[in-house]
Design a protein around this ligand. Structure first.
Ligand code: PEP
Ligand code: MN
Length: 344
């Protein structure tokens, strides 16, 4: 259920409504960024009566949210959510481009790649310090040391850091360095991890699980919002199907469907989605054409020597060619790619 307050309601009125909600054993959530203040209600809302709120002077409207996910739904908030990641925005008219290697491999590797990306105007730098791998024998990441190098990148190059939290144990360390905490596909339904990131202020990049439906993804996002963190970016990264010619099947259907169902920004990771480097640009362009708010692309300066996902990584040179094409495409879908235009 959603209670819409009258325009410019004073704080005591808002608190009165919230108290009434709590008094009925439900949880009130102020919906940030909505043009008129909305107070979302979760819990046993079937026991609530619209009249309880409509009789209050300060209440404009009461809306029943019919979807199983509540706080993430468009019914709860009509405007697109634009997330402020320490001064850079995800959602809205600007495309957000997150780029970097799959894993942190060494200080040198990280600075070489980050340096080239910064020169291209990229603001969001990705690299995993904790790597959840399918095989226990594969490279598991540099862990704390990797975070240290990422912190150096942030300090010395001023890039925003996107890096994965693999479990609740390492989360506090990741949260200290990450501007955006990535929850990987394998952890999309790790509900204790979702609840913990829900209590943080960092932006969260939630990747779709390998065999998760769109509704599963939205329900996982709901876990995070229900704990108070509304800074959630969704990410389509491909799902498992019977197809064997590609690593995954990038489900671009998810983009317009999620845009309709949710106010949260949705970006696409075509690197994991298709898993073949020279096909990544085509899928990246496709993702933007169908309305994605941005992309996450794996970039490596020596893909053949990469410790993970080299085969799907673009070289900086090929990544730059993709940026040039994105620059041409962006205005056709009413978007801007300012990071890149800035350097011309
Ligand atoms: C990654 O981004 O490198 C990664 C491991 O992604 P996913 O969780 O989508 O497999
Ligand atoms: Mn990867």
């Amino acid at each position: 259920m959603l209670v819409i307050m009258k325009l410019d309601s004073p704080r005591p009125d808002i608190e009165k409504v919230k108290q009434k909600i709590s008094g009925k054993n439900c949880i009130p959530h102020e919906i940030p960024g909505a043009s008129k203040l909305g107070i979302g209600i979760t819990g046993q809302t079937n026991l609530l009566d619209e009249e309880d709120f409509l009789t209050m002077d300060c209440v404009d409207e009461v809306i029943r949210v019919t979807k199983p996910y509540k706080l993430v739904s468009r019914e709860m908030k009509q405007e697109d959510t634009i997330i402020n990641v320490n001064g850079s925005f995800v959602g809205g008219s600007e495309l957000s481009i997150i780029a970097g290697p799959c894993s942190v491999e060494s200080r040198q590797q990280l600075f070489d790649i980050a340096g080239e990306l910064k020169e291209m105007g990229i603001k969001f730098f990705r690299a995993g310090a904790y790597k959840p791998r399918s095989s226990p024998y594969s490279f598991q990441g540099l862990k704390e040391k990797g975070l240290e190098y990422l912190a150096d990148i942030k300090k010395e190059l001023g890039l925003l850091i996107v890096t994965e939290a693999k479990d609740t144990k390492s989360l506090p360390f990741v949260a200290e360095v990450a501007d955006v905490i990535q929850i990987g596909a394998r952890n999309m339904q790790n509900f204790s991890l979702l609840e913990e990131v829900g209590q943080l202020k960092n932006a969260i990049l939630l990747k779709r699980g390998l065999a998760a439906t769109i509704e599963d993804l939205l329900m996982s996002a709901e876990y995070i919002l229900s704990q108070g963190n509304f800074n959630v970016i969704l990410c389509e990264r491909g799902i498992r199907t019977f197809e064997t010619m590609t690593r995954n099947t990038l489900d671009l259907n998810a983009v317009p469907i999620i845009k309709k169902q949710s106010h949260l920004p949705i970006i696409v990771d075509p690197s994991h989605g298709i898993g073949i480097w020279d096909k990544v640009p085509a899928m990246a362009l496709g993702a933007i054409a169908c309305g994605a708010d941005g992309l996450m692309i794996e970039v490596h300066n020596q893909p053949d020597k990469a410790l993970s996902d080299g085969f799907q990584s673009l070289t900086p040179k090929n990544f730059k060619l993709l940026l040039e094409k994105l620059e041409q495409l962006a205005p056709i879908v009413n978007r801007k790619i300012t990071d890149y235009e800035r350097i011309g």
